[in-house]
Design a protein around this ligand. Structure first.
Ligand SMILES: [Ca+2]
Length: 213
């Protein structure tokens, strides 16, 4: 496949639609993937995301790779864009030789796998000591900002949350996105920032909890 297409495309059972990494095909019509059809990728991806094809709409089954592409998976955005994207936690885990549990600490540095994945992104090697962001004091207003690693695409509440507590032993309370103390910005260059509410009194702790994607 390649270039511009104007006719409807049906990928039959047993057939495979081929794409080359870095080359986008456009279609002004529909693309239907029949059961048992596949997508074949040529080339070696390295970026967080590639647009393989845009179309009027993709229909039929969810597209399936003919052969695994290490660290990547297919994604259809809004029924109109077929992408090859870096897989999430599993990609980070493969890079770092970690297990499937985001709450584990594979390198025993006190930082959970999930938080390392958040900070490093799907392709980030964070094995070894991972520095965590500290509290920033801006004219008496205290905040912590956790930067998102390249390609980290999680959503607040669903995939990660900032928890706070009066003591390090808890109980920990999840901060809500609309509560006024959380600023979440998307990648590239995204981060999540927690601002401690004033007036400051007593001890308060904040931590990042990551569960996906
Ligand atoms: Ca760790």
């Amino acid at each position: 496949m390649g270039g511009s297409q104007t006719s409807a495309i049906t990928v039959d059972t047993g057939a495979s639609l081929g794409f080359t990494v870095g080359s986008t095909t456009t279609s002004t019509s529909t693309v239907n993937f029949d059961t048992g059809s596949t997508v074949t990728i040529t080339g070696t991806p390295s970026l967080p995301s590639y647009t393989l094809m845009t179309a009027l709409s993709f229909t039929g089954i969810v597209p399936v790779l003919a052969a695994p592409v290490a660290g990547y998976e297919l994604q259809v955005d809004g029924f109109t864009t077929l992408k090859l994207v870096q897989a999430g936690y599993s990609s980070w885990a493969a890079v770092n030789g970690a297990g499937v549990n985001l709450d584990d600490d594979h390198d025993a540095d006190g930082v959970t796998n999930g938080v390392e994945y958040f900070l490093g992104g799907p392709a980030g090697n964070t094995t070894g000591f991972t520095p965590l962001p500290g509290v920033i004091n801006t004219l008496g207003t205290l905040s912590i900002t956790w930067p998102k690693g390249a390609g980290y695409g999680g959503a607040y509440t669903t995939d990660f949350v900032v928890e706070t507590s009066a003591t390090l032993s808890g109980p920990w309370t999840a901060e809500t996105l609309g509560g006024g103390n959380i600023v979440d910005t998307a990648n590239p260059g995204g981060s999540v920032k927690y601002t401690f509410p004033g007036p400051l009194s007593g001890k308060k702790f904040a931590r990042l909890k990551v569960t996906g994607p």
